[in-house]
Design a protein around this ligand. Sequence first.
Ligand SMILES: Nc1nc2c(ncn2[C@@H]2O[C@H](COP(=O)(O)OP(=O)(O)OP(=O)(O)O)[C@@H](O)[C@H]2O)c(=O)[nH]1
Ligand SMILES: [Mg+2]
Length: 220
Amino acid sequence: MSVRGKQVVTSFIKSLLHKISFGTLFAKKKSVKLGLYGPPNGGKSTLANRITNDWLGEDMSSVSNVEHETREIIIREQIIIKGKKGKELSFNLVDTPGISTRIDYEDFMKKGMKRTEAKKRAKEATKGVIESIKWLDDMDSVVVVLDSTKDPYSQVNITIIGNLQARKIPVLIVANKIDLKRSNMELIKAAFPQYEVFGISAKYGTNIEEFYEKLIEFST
Ligand SMILES: Nc1nc2c(ncn2[C@@H]2O[C@H](COP(=O)(O)OP(=O)(O)OP(=O)(O)O)[C@@H](O)[C@H]2O)c(=O)[nH]1
Ligand SMILES: [Mg+2]
């Protein structure tokens, strides 16, 4: 091959490499992970389904009034939400198992499960909690979903939020279930004054449009 020929090949390879690295960079940017974290039963999976239904027309998670329904990480890739001002947010949504410090199979039996089923659920739930914590570092931003009818000053909430703060991961706190009479968003605001607290009802869709706007603003 002539010298000229070699140069052409080299520059071709260089440009290809440039394209590949550019492509990888682009791909990386696209796979922004948004995690839903919180104690069991706060409504993470209900919110995950609300988001995927609104933007993709399908569910991604199973919902139940029995705690620890989600016992494995669930990821829905490539969700694009569009804001009113034309801004877009592209992300992978991660629904996580609820984090708790005490998992007792007898609690599941009280909800009507047989002993073997309850023991299995408790074992899986424990694994799920570990998974959730392991995945924390992978998150680009996190929405902490709290049941606004419950006491926010729990050890679990403080641990989750403290962990996110230490890792410098951006956090938005959602006060869910504002449709319920006992809901008290002010208590959540008082418990975590350094964070923005946003009230929604994931089940009925209350404030959900505003939540999407907030999400775009917070993640871009
Ligand atoms: N009233 C009311 N109920 C809700 C709302 N969001 C979720 N729920 C109910 O709360 C219960 C728990 O919801 P999930 O979405 O399974 O909660 P989760 O946080 O995913 O729970 P784990 O998977 O156990 O961590 C279910 O019975 C839901 O129907 C809400 O906005 N309002
Ligand atoms: Mg769930």
